[in-house]
Design a protein around this ligand. Structure first.
Ligand code: GLC
Length: 496
């Protein structure tokens, strides 16, 4: 197989403000269409509130073990206090790349050293079989150790690994996780319904690697723990990227589906909500789906699943745009008349960075957008069509951010958090223009804040899938040492 190390790129960019736009000279039929798209994609305050209330119902159902939102107990049972120390590995299997990190939590409170390598995830692996997936993953870890421990690899102590596996998994223990179903377009055979830990462990054993899987971690729980490492006001961890999800701290007494375990009511448990599944098939429908959302769902590998995620996450935003534009061309005969849109017809040929690009076009005449349509799709867009594109991108991006706010507001309302910090990560949160501000505005709408300072604030998290996963491995080791072995399957392998 082809192992390409992806070079690290650290870039900072100053965001230019989006242009205001002008509808002067735009023909009436396009102006009318824009108004109709505005009606279709706008989610007003009343609707946001209605969605949030239904969200609370479904979150609670999930804690009971019913409904669509899995509300998976993660067996992460405490938050870091900044005093954690030790050396750990972290493996991040998020989607596009595979990342291996070695993290040293050092003596200075809240500090760490990190070395990391990224490996490209070959596209064919995502629809291959389990063995290929775990072989490739273990090969990457082996390569990492050989590269970074050339001199001491033969007498390396066994390193605890925090494995960030960003898919819904049922965890009866922290070092265990049965994949419920693939999300985000993955479809590797032989993993659904199986515990992924022994599958990876077998591949690690075959290579005799000095690694023990200490914790299986979701990216949201990793985000929450990593953010809480340096900020004690953190209550939620959220991902707005290829997928969309959140995690928070619950008390075991509020988790009816764990009642049989007789855990103390006030014991803490991080819950990986998997709320991308909100309002999927079988619940009272409240999501304001457009015909384009319905098409995405119906043609997806998993119709009826991840209903909320399909309207807001990075994997789908470009596709919503593409389907809308095609409808305006093919059926309404409004745009790109007499042009061949062949290049535009491939499903998922535009990702969310395309919409970011349009929203960020700094030129009044949208010339960068015009060039991009021409270069990428051989389509010539005129002034009116460009104005429509810009408005549509803005509507889709704004709708996504406003709907994202409902999940956050629902958890905060359910838990009675009047003020807190929310650690957020993911490509859409970090790169999509105005995303953070749009979520903040929607939270104000839902929670009726009028003051100058917002009580619930989102901030870019520390690296949840790397540092967060290592911290969770550290917290597990610490918990065993303290005698709390609840939710740990194989205490012996920790060698403590
Ligand atoms: C999908 C996954 C979930 C993950 C999210 C963000 O919703 O099911 O586990 O947290 O994407 O990556």
């Amino acid at each position: 197989m082809d192992y390409k190390q992806v070079p690290e790129r650290w870039t900072t960019r100053v965001r230019k403000p989006s242009r205001k736009g002008s509808m002067a000279d735009v023909p009436q039929d396009i102006v009318t269409e824009i108004a109709s798209l505005e009606r279709l994609f706008t989610v007003d305050q009343a609707k946001l509130k209605e969605i949030t209330e239904q969200f609370i119902v479904e979150l609670k159902d999930g804690l009971e073990g019913n409904g669509n939102i899995p509300m998976n107990p993660s067996w992460v049972m405490n938050m870091p206090d900044g005093e954690e120390t030790g050396r750990f590995l972290a493996l991040d299997m998020g989607g596009t790349n595979l990342r291996v990190c070695e993290i040293e939590l050092v003596d200075e409170k809240g500090e760490f050293d990190i070395i990391q390598s990224k490996y490209r995830m070959p596209e064919e692996l995502k629809s291959g079989n389990a063995e290929e997936l775990w072989d490739y993953t273990a090969d990457c870890i082996e390569q990492f150790i050989e590269y970074h421990h050339e001199d001491d690899k033969d007498n390396l102590e066994t390193l605890p690994l925090g494995f960030t596996f960003s898919y819904p998994a049922t965890q009866e223990y922290i070092d265990h996780g049965v994949l419920q179903r693939w999300t985000k377009g993955w479809a590797v055979e032989g993993v659904e319904g199986h515990d992924v830990v022994p599958q990876l462990e077998k591949a690690l054993r075959e290579r005799k690697l000095p690694v023990t899987i200490a914790a299986l971690v979701n990216d949201t729980t990793g985000t929450l723990v990593a953010s809480a490492y340096t900020d004690t006001a953190m209550r939620l961890g959220c991902i707005f990227g290829t997928g969309c999800n959140g995690a928070y701290v619950e008390h075991c007494g509020n988790i009816p589906k764990l009642k049989h375990m007789n855990l103390p009511d006030d014991m803490e448990m991080l819950i990986n909500c998997e709320y991308g599944a909100f309002n999927s098939k079988g619940t009272t429908p409240v999501l304001p789906k457009t015909p384009y959302d319905v098409m995405i769902d119906e043609t997806s590998p998993r119709p009826g699943q991840q209903a909320y995620e399909k309207m807001i996450s990075g994997l789908y935003l470009g596709e919503i745009f593409r389907l809308t534009m095609l409808d305006l061309h093919d059926n309404k005969k409004l745009i790109f008349q007499n042009q061949d849109l062949a290049q535009f017809r491939t499903p998922f040929c535009l990702d969310s960075s395309f919409l970011s690009f349009i929203e960020e076009d700094p030129f009044e005449n949208l010339s960068e957008t015009q060039d991009m349509f021409n270069d990428k799709f051989q389509v010539k867009a005129n002034k009116a069509e460009l104005e429509l594109c810009r408005r549509l991108a803005e509507l889709i991006g704004t709708r996504a951010a406003r709907l994202c706010a409902c999940g956050i507001a629902a958890i905060c309302k359910m838990k009675g958090f009047d003020s807190c910090h929310v650690g957020a990560d993911g490509s859409v949160f970090n790169k999509y223009p105005h995303f953070k501000q749009r979520i903040a505005k929607a939270l104000r709408d839902i929670l009726d804040w009028t003051g100058r300072k917002d009580p619930i604030v989102l901030s870019a998290s520390e690296d949840g899938s790397g540092v967060g996963a290592a911290l969770i491995a550290a917290l597990t080791v610490k918990r065993i040492k303290e005698g709390n072995t609840n939710g740990i399957q194989d205490v012996k392998k920790f060698g403590l």
